[in-house]
Design a protein around this ligand. Structure first.
Ligand SMILES: [Cu+2]
Length: 397
């Protein structure tokens, strides 16, 4: 009976306003940046009509049940057993709900990233897997208890409910077990995280500088000396995009690149900088993300383990590319901060690096006291930054 009585005027009005608000919100959200939001009244009308139809359907079903209930009572019968009705709704809900959860895991689960292409990424994936399995088990057990119990122990005149106000043993069990499980997860996670975030430089690391700006990335590789020259933000100008210190002898042979290329199975140490606002270096295939903060260089050391060619076979996608995204909403062109990342063999890397252009056209003097020569920086291919290499959007947090 409550189903029909519940549909009073106040509730209808509240539901109606919620629906209209949500409908409008969705319409406005589709409008982008400069173009003013236009209300599509046809769409609003569609939602209103849909809402009225749903209300009508609920009201009709309610009325039919009500009439059925009354006719039963007129015949001297007991009428509809609403307790049983509720119990079956609970059972239906858990069957549909768990079915939907299964669908979500199997269908959407296959949309996840391919296997990790970095060494530390395997640890991250394992942690995710353990946490997911654990929470999934708890989820299934608690949901079954929550909905099957009301079905199984629905009201019957033959049975009296057991009064259980408090039980210390139960309290202890459901406090101590989750506490132990979470402590184990957190402690393991802590050690793995410490290892991942350890970016201390070791001889033989390939240092690559990646500087975020609105809206693109400048990439710098060390030359034959294997060292990146110093940069100084005060030296940034139209010609010297990253503020390379021309007095630093290590800077002379530094190279610029348009694609991030890494040799497989070699430790790479990213030197991450930002020019203007906070950006974030995000390479999901390597399970890697590190913020690029203006004035505060950050580092991330990792070992790529699967070449692009190998990943193309593994994913059965001949066009597969590893990608670098910006993972901080840094302005209007944020979505366009995308670059291709390639993992190649050592030989392929050496061939590629030999073809890269130097940052400086004129060699700088090695004497620090001498006047710095006029810097000519090879024109950076800025358009390349703007090129959308794929239609995939960066996943933002
Ligand atoms: Cu950005």
């Amino acid at each position: 009976m409550g189903y029909i009585k519940g549909l009073n005027f106040k509730r209808v009005i509240t539901l109606f306003s919620i629906l209209v608000l949500f409908g409008n919100n969705m319409i406005f959200a589709q409008a982008t940046g400069a173009t003013p939001a236009k209300v599509d009244w046809l769409e609003v009308g569609y939602y209103v009509l849909l809402f009225v139809l749903v209300c009508l359907a609920v009201a009709i079903i309610g009325r039919v049940l009500n009439v059925y209930d009354l006719s039963l009572k007129m015949q001297g019968k007991k009428g509809i057993k609403w307790n049983n009705f509720n119990a079956y709704i609970c059972l239906g809900f858990i069957i549909v709900g768990l079915g939907a959860a299964y669908w979500s895991i199997t269908v959407q689960g296959s949309m996840t990233l391919p296997e990790s292409a970095s060494k530390h990424g395997v640890d991250i994936d394992n942690m995710f897997l353990v946490t997911s399995l654990l929470t999934l088990t708890v989820f299934v057990i608690t949901q079954l208890l929550l909905f099957v119990f009301p079905f199984y122990y629905k009201h019957t005149e033959k049975r009296k409910a057991y009064y259980l106000p408090h039980n210390n043993t139960i309290e202890k069990v459901w406090t101590v077990i989750p506490a132990i499980a979470l402590t184990i997860l957190v402690v393991f996670g802590f050690f793995i995280w410490q290892e991942i975030e350890n970016s201390t430089e070791v001889k033989g690391d390939l240092n690559v500088e990646i500087t975020g700006h609105q809206f693109g990335w400048y990439l710098r590789y060390p030359g034959k000396d294997g060292k990146l020259g110093n940069v100084n933000y005060t030296l940034v100008d139209a010609q010297n995009s990253i503020g390379l210190d021309t007095k630093d002898p290590d800077a002379i042979d530094d190279l610029q690149a348009d694609t991030l290329v890494f040799p497989v199975n070699k430790p790479v140490r990213l030197n991450i900088r930002a020019h203007d606002v906070i950006h974030s270096v995000y390479m999901p295939h390597f399970r890697l993300q590190q913020n690029a903060v203006p004035g505060l260089p950050t580092y991330f050391k990792f070992i790529p383990t699967i070449t692009t060619a190998q990943m193309r076979i593994k994913t059965d996608d001949s066009k597969f590319e590893y990608l670098l995204y910006c993972n901080k909403i840094c302005g209007g062109g944020h979505y366009n901060m995308q670059k291709v990342v390639r993992v190649v063999t050592e030989e392929e890397y050496l061939v590629w690096i030999a073809k890269q252009k130097p940052f400086l056209n004129t060699p700088a003097t090695t004497k620090p006291e001498a006047k710095a020569p006029e810097v000519k920086v090879a024109a950076l291919n800025k358009d390349a930054d703007k090129k959308v290499l794929s239609t995939r959007l960066a996943l933002n947090n």
